[in-house]
Design a protein around this ligand. Structure first.
Ligand code: AMP
Length: 215
C-alpha cells in the first residue's frame, strides 16, 4: 500500500505513521526525520536545510524533491510500499510526486489528512520532548518520561527540538496554512483524500485511519 499522511505540525503524523508501518509492513519516509539526520551528520544536504528548519520555514522544493526521489527509488520502498510522512507540503511537491510515482509505476492508494485546530497543536508541540538518539517522543504533560529528562528506551538525554519553540511553532502553522492547505485541496480533487479528526486520542485517530483505508 502507498499512503501519504498530511497534517499540521504536532497533529500526530509521526505516531500514526509508525503504527501504519508496524501493522502493514510499509517503509516509513519521513522528510523531517531525514533532514534532521542529515543535519546531525553535517552532510551538504543537512547544512543546506538547517537555516530553513531553524526558522520554521520549508526547505526549497528542488532540494526536498531530490531527497525524496532518492528514497522512493529504493528496492525496499518498491517491495513494501510506503507511508510518506511530511511530504508533499506544497502543490509543487505534490505535482513532482505524481510525476515520480507515475514514472515508477507506483500509484498512490490514499492520502490521509489528519486535522486539528491550531491551539490543539500548539499545546501539544510546546511540551514535546524528543530523544535525538532513538527518536522516541515524550510530552511534559501527557507522556512524561519515567526519569525526568531521560529517554525511557535508551536512557539518552531528551531535548526540545529547536523548531518546537512557541514562536517557531506559530511560523510552522502559518506555513502549513499558506502552502500545505492547498495540497489538501489538490488531493480532494483526485478522489484519494480521506479526512480524519486529529483532536482525538492516538488510538481513536488510528481506528479512523484504518477504517478509511478499508476497500
Ligand atoms: P517535520 O519534522 O515534518 O515537522 O519537519 C521539520 C522541518 O523540516 C520543517 O519545518 C521543514 O523545515 C523541513 N521539512 C520537512 N519536510 C519538508 C517538506 N516536505 N518540504 C520542505 N521542508 C520540509
Amino acid at each position: 500500500m502507498r499512503i501519504v499522511l498530511i497534517g499540521p505540525p504536532g497533529v500526530g503524523k509521526g505516531t500514526q505513521a509508525a503504527r501504519l508501518v508496524q501493522e502493514l509492513g510499509l517503509a516509513h519516509i519521513a522528510s523531517g526525520d531525514i533532514f534532521r539526520s542529515e543535519l546531525r551528520e553535517e552532510t551538504e544536504l543537512g547544512k543546506l536545510a538547517k537555516a530553513y528548519m531553524d526558522r520554521g520555514e520549508l526547505v526549497p522544493d528542488d532540494i526536498t524533491v531530490k531527497m525524496i526521489a532518492g528514497r522512493l527509488a529504493t528496492p525496499e520502498v518498491r517491495n513494501k510500499g510506503f507511508v510518506l510522512d511530511g511530504f508533499p507540503r506544497t502543490v509543487g511537491q505534490a505535482r513532482a510526486l505524481a510525476e515520480m510515482l507515475q514514472h515508477l509505476g507506483m500509484p498512490l492508494d490514499a492520502v490521509i489528512s489528519i486535522e486539528a485546530d491550531d491551539e490543539v497543536v500548539v499545546d501539544r508541540l510546546a511540551g514535546r520532548l524528543t530523544c535525538p538518539n532513538c527518536g522516541q517522543l515524550f510530552h511534559r504533560k501527557t507522556r512524561p518520561p519515567r526519569v525526568e529528562g531521560r529517554c525511557d528506551q535508551c536512557l539518552g538525554p531528551l531535548e526540545v527540538r529547536a523548531d518546537d519553540r512557541e514562536e517557531t511553532i506559530r511560523e510552522r502553522l502559518r506555513t502549513f496554512h499558506d502552502l500545505t492547505q492547498p495540497v489538501i485541496n489538490y488531493y480532494a480533487a483526485t478522489g484519494l483524500l480521506r479526512r480524519v479528526d486529529g483532536g482525538q486520542s492516538p488510538d481513536e485517530v488510528y481506528a479512523h485511519i484504518r477504517a478509511s483505508l478499508a476497500p
